[in-house]
Ligand binder design. Structure first.
Ligand SMILES: Cc1cc2nc3c(=O)[nH]c(=O)nc-3n(C[C@H](O)[C@H](O)[C@H](O)COP(=O)(O)OP(=O)(O)OC[C@H]3O[C@@H](n4cnc5c(N)ncnc54)[C@H](O)[C@@H]3O)c2cc1C
Length: 271
């Protein structure tokens, strides 16, 4: 396979037998299929005229990787605090002393305004996690949403990953869903004589994406509740569920979906 760098796709034309892709830097490329794996702002999705329907969640998200000392909560565990100021998530990282801190700012500023580590740490402290910040490696401010590309029937431009669907980062499911798109497509493509031959793959991917979008949407709403009584009900229910292994598993599956049994051939496909 050849990788063409610094070549921007300018048009995609589909016909019954294949797809012609034109770019500013190359001769036209002709293929039976084009796989669009170019992320949430997919150029190929736009050029193929596929609507990307859904909505953007209110508020802004801020992320930072911080090296900290004397954190007030156990640094080896994941902490999620859904309080009156908004959601705080603190994730342990594989490096000693580093934590990934995620804040949802319900009335937050537009993305682009960089959060200073000091401001981020102060907001995290107001939500219940204090630590002495020694270093900040990376910060990001962004909005997110839930969107699904329209079912594109018999098209030969095949959308996978965030080009096909975006979901809330709560639950950490987006990359997993995209990998399932890719692995299942690798198995389905050699057997597909024409675009209709991928109908079963499209149906299965859409069903999987709809499930992930619904589950992560519910989790996001639950963790970003503003009303105090609603948060009290949520926290009481969570405390009950988290006391037993079966309850913890149920909670994990309510976001990640039922545990999947390895499929025959998975290792060969991924390896
Ligand atoms: C804060 C946050 C936390 C997350 N945590 C998790 C998690 O814990 N677990 C999980 O499963 N998922 C998680 N996700 C989701 C995950 O990051 C995405 O679902 C995943 O990265 C999507 O992969 P992708 O390859 O489809 O798209 P991308 O990662 O966006 O990759 C698309 C690539 O295409 C390239 N590209 C775009 N346009 C063009 C073009 N015109 N020409 C050439 N190249 C182009 C881009 O440069 C990029 O490299 C998280 C997302 C966020 C925002």
């Amino acid at each position: 396979m050849r990788v063409h760098r610094s070549a921007a796709v300018s048009s995609v034309h589909e016909d019954a037998d294949g797809v012609t892709v034109r770019s500013d830097a190359l001769e036209p490329l002709r293929a039976r299929w084009v796989v669009a794996a170019d992320g949430a702002a997919s150029t190929l999705r736009a050029l193929s005229g596929t609507p990307f329907r859904g909505r953007t969640y209110a508020g802004t998200w801020q992320l930072a990787d911080l090296r900290v000392e004397a954190p007030s909560l156990d640094p080896a565990r994941v902490h999620m605090v859904g309080g009156p100021r908004g959601l705080l998530v603190v994730l342990p990282m594989h490096l000693d002393g580093w934590a990934r801190v995620v804040l949802h700012l319900p009335d937050g500023p537009a993305p682009g305004g960089a959060a200073t580590p000091a401001a981020l740490a102060a907001e995290a402290a107001a939500r219940g996690w204090t630590a002495a910040v020694r270093e900040c490696r990376w910060t990001s401010t962004f909005r997110t949403g839930r969107r699904l590309a329209a079912d594109h029937g018999s098209r030969r431009v095949l959308l996978i990953g965030d080009a096909a669907h975006v979901c809330s980062p709560v639950g950490g499911q987006g990359l997993n869903l995209g990998l399932r798109d890719a692995v299942s497509l690798a198995a389905a493509l050699p057997r597909a004589a024409d675009a209709e031959g991928l109908a079963a793959w499209r149906r299965a991917r859409r069903a999987d994406a709809l499930g992930v979008l619904a589950r992560t949407d519910l989790a996001t709403r639950a963790w970003t509740l503003r009303s105090a009584p609603a948060r009290a009900v949520r926290d009481t229910a969570l405390r009950g569920v988290l006391t037993t292994p079966a309850g913890r598993r149920l909670l994990a599956e309510s976001v990640a979906g039922p545990r999947r049994k390895p499929q025959g051939g998975d290792r060969q496909t991924l390896g």
